[in-house]
Ligand binder design. Structure first.
Ligand SMILES: [Mn+2]
Length: 410
């Protein structure tokens, strides 16, 4: 018995507003599906952020439908949870994954929390839950851990940040993760992480293409791709399968006093690339005007790159030391907000603030209201998880979800 584990495919992401980048994400996903079929796995787990948004375009949905049917044709079922990108927090709404249940997609949700695959492989999980509701998340985890007991193999599927890997934006501490699973199929962290955890392995396969520039370092080290896990062999060996991304990201710092030479260098770097790269340029010592430099760079390199992203650094205004500081991730607004909130000494309220910051910066007004409402309810009453929500998967539950769907489209 072996399975493929992937996550964070972000289908439909039009990076930098470019259709070519949207196509890149499709291409890498299609290559991944072909590779999965070639590897003859028994099933696939997708750990969330399948889609970039909770409302994917018809083209995006079709790309996934084709891939799913291809897998189905090869007799390979797919399990999936919703991530923070392809979920809505409002009551009665459903993630786009639910559209594919009739095509055979096994959606792991708050209602259908677990499945049995093969002889006795327990596959259980929880879709993304925001930090302000992490008490609910922890309760659910405890229930799932209990339910997994006694099965011969146990896989936990989550889409959450853990303090150890995302110290500034996590929902779970490493100690909150139940210890009785054989494999921890996680999503959310876009870098590749594989670590021994209790008797098994905890794995974030990472995103399938470079979703944000801060993934470039990890990409150079680990590549992008997915994992294949062999459940029959002792210790469940994990094979990392790298999938070439369609387009390179090139980051270069150049000295504008030597511009002609620098441009020639870049030309020789990119001349053999299959597809036009994204070029991140840091331009130092600009004595000419920025627009003159940009015009020159654009006329020489514009046709050779999909996109040039210049940053101008002048020696007059910033010392080298300050330039270094400006590139540290921890000066991102979210991190600063997190640091600032520590002075309130109330973790619950800080968590709510972070979630609200996330949602309000994306104009998710309704979801923000929902967050406040549920926070208010939880904060002033003990959390009381309804047992009927956690009961076994079945036709009734499916109907509940479809009913919710009906309500949603009315
Ligand atoms: Mn993601």
């Amino acid at each position: 018995m072996k399975f493929a584990h992937l996550a964070d495919t972000h289908l439909g992401y039009r990076q930098f507003g470019l259709l070519d980048r949207e196509k890149d994400f499709y291409e890498v996903f299609e290559k991944t599906i072909d590779k999965i079929i070639e590897e003859k796995v028994d099933f696939v787990i997708h750990s969330g952020d399948l889609f970039e948004t909770a409302k994917p375009s018809p083209v995006t949905l079709l790309v996934f439908q084709k891939a799913l049917l291809k897998l189905k044709g090869a007799g390979i079922p797919m399990y999936a949870i919703a991530g923070n990108h392809d979920t809505t927090l409002r009551k009665g709404t459903i993630p786009p994954q639910v559209l594919f249940k009739k095509f055979g997609l096994k959606v792991i949700s708050l209602i259908n929390t677990d499945y049995i695959e093969g002889e006795d492989i327990f596959i259980g999980g929880i879709p993304y839950i925001p930090k302000s509701q992490n008490n609910l998340l922890k309760d659910r985890l405890k229930n799932l851990s209990k339910k997994a007991e006694g099965h011969s193999k146990k896989i936990l599927v989550l889409h959450q940040g853990i303090d150890k890997y995302l110290p500034f934006e996590y929902e779970l501490e490493i100690g909150d993760i139940p210890n009785n699973f054989d494999y921890y199929a996680f999503g959310h962290v876009h870098n590749y992480i594989k670590e021994p955890f209790n008797e098994g392995f905890l794995v974030y396969p990472g995103s399938m293409d470079i979703w944000k520039s801060n993934e470039i370092m990890d990409y150079r080290k680990n590549g992008k791709g997915f994992c294949i896990v062999d459940l029959d062999a002792p210790n469940h060996p994990i094979k990392r399968v790298k999938i070439d991304i369609p387009r390179e990201f090139i980051s270069k710092t150049i000295d504008s006093s030597n511009l002609t030479h620098e441009i020639l260098n870049i030309k020789s770097m990119i001349k053999d690339l299959k597809n036009k790269p994204i070029l991140n340029l840091t331009i130092k010592n600009s004595k000419l005007s920025n627009s003159d430099i940009y015009d020159l760079i654009n006329s020489e390199l514009g046709d050779l790159c999909l996109l040039i992203r210049p940053i101008f650094k002048s020696n007059d205004t910033l010392s080298d030391k300050e330039i270094d500081i400006s590139e540290i991730d921890s000066l991102e607004p979210k991190t600063l907000l997190n640091e600032h909130l520590k002075s309130f000494e109330n973790q619950d309220i800080s968590n709510l603030a972070i979630d609200l910051y996330e949602n309000l910066s994306k104009d998710n007004i309704e979801e923000s209201e929902k967050l406040i409402e549920s926070f208010y309810n939880d904060y002033f009453e003990e959390i009381n998880v309804s047992e009927e929500d956690i009961t076994d998967a079945g036709e009734n539950n499916e109907q509940t979800e479809l009913k919710e769907f009906d309500n949603d489209i009315q």
